[in-house]
Design a protein around this ligand. Structure first.
Ligand code: CAA
Length: 380
């Protein structure tokens, strides 16, 4: 099977590649040095229709298919994994929960702003004491008159500070386990809600990661997303969607590392000939290319299932796990191919390595992906 894109998908791929090479590439160095959120570029992405690729046109999106959206994350991440995660989190877990679980009023109120890029979306599930054990959260939401009062804190929230809306999970019935969790759309200016300082991360410089704090935060009852008790289902369903985006981000990093290492191996001469013509390096490149190809097939297969409304939780986890492990492996080997040049900041290999690491951690660690895959296998 060969991956072939239809006309619309190919148009998206080319447009994002051009945008990434011409505009995003110029901002990479600045983001590395300043760690500042690339607000201007995100605005331009909004003007190009990239902030709402798979969102229906009636809600202000581009109304394109899921594969086009995955192609965009893939191409963007080849140049900047930072912009890749901004786009993935914004769309899959920041916007889609409202589209899939919101009522008509919520959809009309928030989705067009998110799909146009006027708003950036974020997703707040993880807490200081509950990462993999997402249902172990402590944040509570108590209904009082026409508001829910939220108390608690969240950590490692991507797009925090830059985002205007946050999909926040809290316990409305603390003794009911996964069935006691509810989801809320929380606006940036909600009284009692504050965003903490930006984390200083190993990689993904420019992307925002912060804690959130809720101290008697007053969220209007109309901002309950879905029904009370439906929150865990909403989180899991959208993480399935999100994990394909992270797979595409990891694939972009891996492909960029492979391409850079291959080009370098052709140019660099040792012992009177290119290092690529010597078996130690040539076989390394062969292994890297094979892994990238496999990651690509898994990622686009999961995207294809999602696009056709088929169940894709297990396949999303497989794609995320394999593509992120591939990104880490290929980026590590790219450094090895470059030798000393791979270890210095003047060359991009060390950035690929630093950016790759988190793809094995967020949207469910790869250990959790093993759990999801094995449960799906054994329960069938
Ligand atoms: N898709 C659909 N449903 C799922 C699901 C999935 N992937 N995983 C679990 N569920 C459902 C189960 O089927 C079950 O439903 P029923 O009650 O109807 O049977 C329900 O959820 C509870 O499942 P479990 O009993 O398996 O729940 P659990 O508490 O044992 O744990 C877990 C489930 C898979 C470990 C889950 O907690 C999990 O995915 N943890 C990882 C959390 C995570 O991914 N965090 C990422 C944070 S967001 C982020 O990183 C974004 C970012 O900023 C980049």
């Amino acid at each position: 099977m060969e991956l072939r894109w239809n006309e619309e998908q190919e148009m998206m791929r080319k447009m994002v590649r051009q945008f990434a090479e011409e505009k995003v590439s110029k901002a990479v160095q600045r983001m590395e040095e300043t760690d500042e959120f690339p607000g201007e570029i995100v605005k331009e992405m909004g003007s190009l229709g990239l902030m709402g690729i798979p969102i229906k046109e009636e809600y202000g999106g581009a109304g394109m298919d899921f594969t086009s959206y995955i192609l965009a994350i893939h191409e963007l991440s080849k140049v900047s994994a930072t912009l890749g995660v901004v786009l993935s989190v914004h769309t899959s877990v920041g916007t889609n929960p409202i589209l899939d679980f919101g009522n008509e009023e919520q959809k009309k109120r928030y989705v067009p702003k998110l799909a146009s890029g006027e708003y950036i979306g974020a997703f707040a599930l993880t807490e200081p004491g509950s990462g993999s054990d997402a249902a172990g959260m402590k944040t509570t939401a108590v209904k009082k008159d026409d508001h829910y009062i939220l108390n608690g804190s969240k950590v490692f929230i991507t797009n925090a500070g830059a985002a205007q809306t946050y999909i926040v999970f809290a316990k409305t019935e603390p003794t009911a386990g996964v069935k006691g969790i509810s989801a809320f759309i929380v606006e940036k200016d909600t009284p009692g809600f504050t965003v903490g300082a930006k984390e200083k991360k190993m990689g993904l410089h420019g992307s925002n990661t912060s804690s959130l704090s809720f101290e008697d935060a007053k969220v209007p009852v109309e901002n309950l997303l879905g029904e009370e008790g439906e929150g865990f289902k909403i989180a899991m369903a959208n993480l399935n969607f999100g994990r394909i985006g992270i797979a595409a981000q990891a694939l972009g990093i891996a492909e960029a590392a492979l391409e850079y290492a291959t080009a370098y191996a052709k140019e660099r001469k040792q012992f009177g000939r290119s290092i690529g013509s010597q078996q130690g390096v040539a076989f390394k490149l062969a292994d890297m290319a094979t892994k990238v190809e496999a990651a690509k097939l898994l990622t686009y297969r999961a995207a294809n299932l999602k696009e056709h409304g088929r169940s894709c939780g297990m396949e999303a986890s497989m794609a995320k796990m394999f593509a992120s492990d591939t990104a880490m492996k290929v980026a590590t080997e790219a450094i090895q191919v470059l030798g000393g040049y791979g270890y210095v900041k003047e060359y991009p290999a060390e950035r690929f390595f630093r950016d790759a690491k988190v793809t094995q951690i967020y949207e469910g660690t790869n250990e959790i992906q093993h759990l999801v895959i094995s449960k799906a296998l054994l329960n069938n």
